[in-house]
Design a protein around this ligand. Structure first.
Ligand code: SF4
Length: 333
């Protein structure tokens, strides 16, 4: 078994607003090993991005606060580090690629300067070798004629090239963990496929652990080894990718998969999950999916379901499965 790089235990990140406490992440646990890709999927507002920001301790302040749990990275609890110590991890050991390369890149600095910045901050390369390393990185992410593009600004690059530059910045310091938060959302489909191939290649070369956030199951199938489905700030199902696609156990996952168009089926209207995600500041008691669930039972409205292992690589938080006698642990209250 490859060594575990990241272990998130019972993470809780809440936002304290004038409308109440928004439990954006409420008891999330998962682990990620070297060279492995874990997909985090779920609707907007399910807590995927806040989970990622929590790992880097970049939750927007003052409203956002990590109120519980542990984030173990290489055996160290990131939540116990001082801000100064944490800065040594960001960009160096843990990097993140965001959705929109335009808002990631600074419009007033050249591409060369921006790729150079993390190398300079973390003193990883001798000053006279910096340019060489920047060129290597730009070539690695397939920026054509890299040398002549060093003095270009982000607006002189296409969307696909900008996202590749963001990738070069993210891997500049050879991190152990790369968090990619919907990195292909702003790319068109063909560029998307190229970019995903490139990410996979980089991951293979450096044995990166990759946490991949997406709402696209097609990308999950292509990119991930395991997948965790989030709903209302919690992981409701986690499985090896093949198991999740062939035997989804949670009614929410089943609904998501049923709503995907299929090439071999013509339907007038795709099935959808009725209703809307709950307000995280006002969660119903019991299972938060209950108001939308086709399999809801009276117990569902009273208690949050325990997490039940179905196989060695598949677990689900749903009373339908707990009732079959698999329940082992209860979700955090
Ligand atoms: S616990 Fe009940 S409401 Fe929640 S997903 Fe399972 S069946 Fe549906």
């Amino acid at each position: 078994m490859p060594p575990v790089v990241l272990e998130v235990r019972n993470l809780k990140t809440h936002f304290f607003t004038r409308w109440g406490v928004v439990k954006a992440v409420d008891g999330v646990s998962f682990s990620l090993s070297e060279g492995e890709t874990l997909g985090l999927v779920g609707e907007s507002g399910s807590g995927k991005s806040v989970t990622c920001l929590s790992i880097l301790r970049l939750v927007p302040k003052p409203a956002g606060r990590i109120v519980g749990g542990q984030i173990l990275f290489g055996g160290h609890d990131l939540l116990a580090l001082s801000e100064k110590e944490m800065r040594k991890y960001r960009g160096r050991q843990i990097s993140m690629i965001l959705q929109d390369p335009l808002s990631t890149l600074n419009p007033v600095f050249t591409i060369g300067a921006q790729v150079r910045e993390p190398l300079r901050i973390h003193h990883l390369v001798e000053p006279d070798s910096l340019k060489q390393r920047v060129l290597e990185l730009l070539r690695l992410v397939r920026i054509p004629a890299a040398e002549s593009r060093l003095e270009n600004y982000p607006h002189q690059f296409s969307g696909g090239m900008r996202q590749r530059v963001v990738g070069a910045i993210a891997i500049a310091c050879q991190p152990k963990l790369l968090i990619a938060d919907e990195p292909t959302t702003s790319l068109d489909v063909t560029i998307q496929a190229q970019y995903l191939r490139l990410l996979k290649e980089i991951q293979r070369q450096s044995n990166l652990a990759l946490l991949f956030v997406t709402h696209d199951f097609g990308i999950v199938a292509k990119m991930c080894d395991r997948v965790a489905v989030m709903y209302a700030g919690r992981i409701v199902e986690e499985a090896a990718v093949r198991e999740l696609f062939t035997a989804p156990a949670h009614p929410y996952t089943q609904g998501l998969l049923q709503s995907l168009p299929k090439l071999d089926q013509r339907v007038a209207r795709l099935p959808s999950i009725e209703g809307a995600p709950p307000l995280l500041s006002n969660l119903p008691p019991g299972c938060p999916f209950a108001p939308r669930c086709p399999k809801v039972m009276p117990l569902c409205r009273e208690q949050y379901p325990p997490t039940t292992p179905l196989t060695a690589s598949h677990q689900v938080a749903c009373w339908v499965h707990a009732k079959e006698g698999h329940a082992t642990s209860h979700a955090p209250g």
